[in-house]
Design a protein around this ligand. Structure first.
Ligand SMILES: *Cc1c(COP(=O)(O)O)cnc(C)c1O
Length: 345
């Protein structure tokens, strides 16, 4: 077996959803964000599992992603598309009953002309300057939009994973100013916002990363385990170098294990020389550069080199690994490669 084994615990995702759901009042609906193929873990499998346990509202980035999960969630679930109504989307939106979240006046015009009578949501920009209508656009269009009855009016927070950031209260204030009194359900919070407290919850929440076990949901259950087979071990002598560029050399006689995954599998090159992997519960440093298909690990001191080393699991979260590569858990998850053998538990 030459491939890494990626085990994805769908029950842990379901439990993480329930734990996040329990943080808001019963009147608040907790949705689930399954964009980017369910943060790399299979949108269809994640959505099927969550729909079976009662989740009714799903969020994706594109209409294509929405179409991909429609069969999995059943006809009655709401699927919101964050990118809204793009020029080629009309047929997909209509065929699969997807709800475009309109982000700009051009999208409103397109939707009302090409999909009049079809449901829609609205995103407002409250300071992130990424997606969503500017306050001026909203002022000009809100009467017309509210008459048509959006299924959701939402905004997105820029700094919600930092509870002390002043931007949080600022965006909350802006969202209130733009939407207080409207006759529509509202949504402001992703995972970070849910953790900020009830005043951020409104009627619908949109957790993504917390479902998959990532920061800032610190008490999340572990969702992914990645075990990578050891292909070869060798003993290297002092001054002998390991890997491309000869960036690491042995200080003492050392045992090096070469494992069957590399940056083409999402174990990004920036973690070379900084990450560790695990033999059971024993950490072993990654040494030298990460190659496309291979990583070299210093296993000196293990009594016995196991047949695989664990890259992600109970002892190393996606955020731990992300730290070694100067990135975030989201990028580790969505980079997990296509060569792994995936097991769903
Ligand atoms: C990705 C995304 C979410 C989910 O965010 P997490 O931080 O993963 O919980 C929610 N809303 C919007 C608009 C998003 O783009």
């Amino acid at each position: 077996m030459g491939a890494g084994q990626l085990t994805i615990d769908l029950k842990a995702i379901q439990r993480n959803w329930s734990a996040l759901d329990a943080l808001s009042a019963d009147t608040v609906e907790t949705g689930a964000v399954v964009k980017a193929d369910g943060y790399g873990l299979s949108a269809r499998k994640v959505a099927t599992h969550l729909a079976e346990s009662g989740v009714q509202t799903f969020f994706v980035a594109t209409a294509e992603e929405g179409a991909e999960i429609r069969g999995a969630v059943g006809d009655n679930a709401d699927i919101f598309v964050f990118s809204g109504h793009m020029p080629q989307d009309t047929t997909l939106l209509k065929t699969h009953g997807l709800i475009a979240v309109l982000n700009a006046p051009e999208q409103v015009t397109r939707h009302f002309s090409d999909a009049a009578g079809y449901p829609f949501g609205v995103q407002l920009d409250t300071g992130m300057s990424r997606l969503g209508m500017e306050p001026g656009d909203w002022q000009a269009l809100s009467t017309e939009l509210m008459l048509a009855g959006p299924r959701l009016v939402m905004s997105h927070m820029a700094c919600a994973d930092d509870a002390d950031h002043p931007m949080n209260a600022q965006q909350l204030r802006a969202f209130h100013d733009l939407t207080d009194g409207i006759a529509s359900r509202r949504s402001l919070s992703a995972t970070g916002g849910i953790l900020l407290g009830p005043e951020y919850h409104f009627e619908v929440t949109r957790p993504g990363i917390g479902l998959y076990g990532g920061f800032p949901f610190e008490t999340a259950k572990t969702v992914v385990q990645l075990d990578v087979p050891v292909i070869q071990t060798r003993v290297v002598q002092p001054f002998q170098t390991v890997g491309y560029g000869c960036t690491w050399d042995a200080k003492v006689e050392s045992c090096i294990a070469t494992i069957a995954a590399g940056y083409a599998d999402g174990l990004i090159r920036a973690m070379g020389g900084k990450a560790q992997v695990f033999a059971g519960t024993t950490p072993c440093p990654v040494v030298g550069r990460v190659s496309m298909d291979l990583i070299t690990v210093d296993v000196t001191g293990l009594d016995q080199v196991p047949d695989h080393l664990t890259v992600l699991g109970p002892d190393q979260s996606i955020d731990d690994l992300a730290g070694a590569a100067d990135t975030i858990g989201y990028e580790i998850l969505t980079s997990l490669g296509a060569r792994y053998q995936r097991h769903y538990a």
